[in-house]
Write a protein that binds this ligand. Sequence first.
Ligand SMILES: NCc1[nH]cc(CCC(=O)O)c1CC(=O)O
Length: 313
Amino acid sequence: MPKLDFPLRLGTRGSPLALVQANMVASALCAAHGWPSDAVRIVTVKTSGDRIQDRPLAEIGGKALWTKELDRALLDGEIDFSVHSMKDVETIRPETIAIAAMLPRADMRDRLIGADSIGALRRGAVVGTSSPRRAAQLLRLRPDLSITLFRGNVATRLAKLEAGEADATLLAAAGLDRLGQPDIGAAIPLDVMLPAPAQGAVGIETRAANAVMIKILSAISDPDTFDCVMAERALLLALGGGCHSPVAALAQVAGGDIHLRAEILTGDGGDYVGDDVRFPRADAAGHASALGRALLDRASPALRGLFAGRRVE
Ligand SMILES: NCc1[nH]cc(CCC(=O)O)c1CC(=O)O
């Protein structure tokens, strides 16, 4: 194997959650290869998503907000690999960049903070979220609720809730757990609220041409997580949805198969199509895209319109 240039430089965003995830990747990699802990150096890179805090991301267009600067650092050779919440990684990646590995997926559920369950929220309660998916799913179950925009990192959102800007908020269990807050909020069962595609998965990217790095990273990749998240991403791609469309999807390994559940909704939750399929792991991407197309075929004109023109065949 060609000589590696130590320390390897791991690029990450600078948010507390991103830093925890970067440290998880660095320790897993050092442990897997028997390297000392200083074999990986963490390099923080500020992304556009970190800078813009006052508008819904869906409005800005959600264009590579979390990845653009890290991609540039990777391609310019300033870093050797980068770590992302897979949920924030666009479905279409540059050909020069490879998703090389994913850590074992954490709890993929959403947690409700401010009430014990969605049903327990008082009539007309205000829920803070910036996620069109969470807003649509909530409104479908509880049309009486009102949604207010909540952005910022996990700590900022919890502070807004504390300050009374909303009665409740929703956050990914994975993020709360990794930030050392496993007791905050009530987990919403997967059959009540299906998570965002790739929620709870941490991915590692490197240059597609860097075969040595790809090989080294494969040692810490979890194949079940990788295949399931790739199936969810294939579904999202077939829908033409970015990470900020009202799409929910979850793939899980079931025996030798993959079980994929997915749903699409209008912003107010009024129109909804959901389904689930089981298919063999081979050609999971093909089966997942077929489910995406089938959902669109069954969608009302209004719902289909949300995805119109964005669909990738
Ligand atoms: N969009 C922000 C984001 N990206 C990843 C996570 C949490 C960790 C994960 O889902 O893997 C969060 C916060 C949240 O949705 O609560």
